[in-house]
Design a protein around this ligand. Structure first.
Ligand SMILES: O=C(O)CCC(=O)C(=O)O
Length: 269
C-alpha cells in the first residue's frame, strides 16, 4: 500500500476557499497513491480559533466535497484531515450544546465519505477546543483490503497522540495502523516525533502522522510529519516546510512481526 502524506503549509494570508482549491489540486496530483493523508484543520486553520464558527461546515460541505472529487479523480482513499464540523439543523448538538466538533473524514477511492472521527481529547486546556467544541466520544476504525492483506486503521487527531490508552484500545480492536493528522506546534515538535514512534513500537503498528507547516495565528507549526513502521523505523520524515512524503507499507510484514515478537500477548492487567 503506497501512502502519500501531504504536509500542507499555510499562513494567515491565504483565504480559506483558495486553500481548499489548492489542496484539492495537490491531492489530485497524487497519482499512484493508495492512501493520501492531509493534516488536521488545514482549511479553517489549527489555531485560528476565532474563525472556527464561521468556517464550520457539515461533512458534505465544500471542503470534503472538493477533496472527495480529487480522491475520485485518482482512485485513492483520502484521509481528508479534519474540519470544524457543524451539526445539521435540528440534529443533536452534543452534551455541551455547541454543535461543533473537530472531525476527521476518511474518503473512499470512489470519492465517497466512508467514516468520520470526532477528536476525543480537546486541546487548549481552559481555552481553545474545550471552550469551543464538543469532545468526540467514539473510537473509530476503518478496514479495507490491500494486496498484502487487510488494513485496519485506527483514527486519532493531534493531541490524542498524548493518550496511549486510546491507541492501545484501537490496537485491541484490531488496528494494525494508525492515522494521526495534526496542527502540532514547533515548540513541542520533539514530543510529536517521539510519541509517534512510541505509539508505533508499543502497539507494533504502523504510524502515519501528517502535521501542518508554516505560521498562522501567531503559532509556528512543527512539520516533521512521519511514517513509522511497526518496528519503530522512520520510513519517511518531512522537514519544516510543505512536503509530500511517500512510503510503501507492507501490511503482511506487520502481522509477521507481531507473530515473531508477540509482546502484546504478555500483557498483565
Ligand atoms: O499536544 C500538543 O502539544 C499539541 C496538540 C495540538 O496542538 C492540538 O491537538 O491541536
Amino acid at each position: 500500500m503506497r501512502v502519500h502524506v501531504l504536509q500542507v503549509a499555510y499562513g494567515d494570508d491565504e483565504p480559506l476557499s483558495e486553500r481548499v482549491q489548492r489542496v484539492a489540486a495537490l491531492v489530485a496530483e497524487q497519482q499512484g497513491a493508495d492512501l493520501v493523508v492531509l493534516p488536521e484543520l488545514w482549511a479553517p486553520t489549527g489555531f485560528g480559533y476565532r474563525g472556527w464558527a464561521a468556517a464550520a461546515e457539515p461533512v458534505d460541505g465544500p471542503t470534503i466535497t472538493a477533496i472527495s472529487a480529487a480522491a475520485r479523480s485518482i482512485g485513492a482513499f483520502v484521509h481528508a484531515g479534519s474540519i470544524i464540523e457543524a451539526a445539521a439543523p435540528g440534529a443533536d448538538r452534543g452534551p455541551e450544546g455547541r454543535g461543533l466538533w473537530n472531525t476527521s473524514v476518511l474518503i473512499g477511492d470512489e470519492g465517497e465519505p466512508l467514516l468520520t472521527y470526532r477528536k476525543i481529547h480537546r486541546f487548549g486546556f481552559a481555552a481553545g477546543e474545550p471552550d469551543l467544541i464538543e469532545a468526540g466520544d467514539e473510537q473509530v476504525l476503518a478496514e479495507w483490503e490491500t494486496a498484502a492483506g487487510p488494513v485496519v486503521a485506527g483514527l486519532a487527531t493531534c493531541y490524542d497522540l498524548r493518550f496511549p490508552e486510546l491507541f492501545r484500545s484501537l490496537a485491541e480492536q484490531g488496528a494494525n495502523l494508525f492515522v494521526v493528522p495534526a496542527a502540532w506546534p514547533a515548540a513541542r515538535v520533539e514530543h510529536w516525533r517521539l510519541l509517534g514512534r512510541a505509539r508505533a513500537v508499543e502497539n507494533q503498528a504502523v504510524m502515519i502522522q501528517c502535521n501542518t507547516a508554516g505560521t498562522h495565528a501567531g503559532v509556528t507549526m512543527g512539520g516533521h510529519s512521519q511514517i513509522v513502521s511497526a518496528t519503530g523505523e522512520v520510513l519517511a520524515e518531512a522537514g519544516d516546510n510543505e512536503a509530500v512524503l511517500v512510503a510503501d507499507i507492507d501490511v503482511a510484514a506487520i502481522e509477521q512481526y507481531r507473530a515473531t515478537f508477540p509482546v502484546l500477548a504478555d500483557r498483565r492487567l
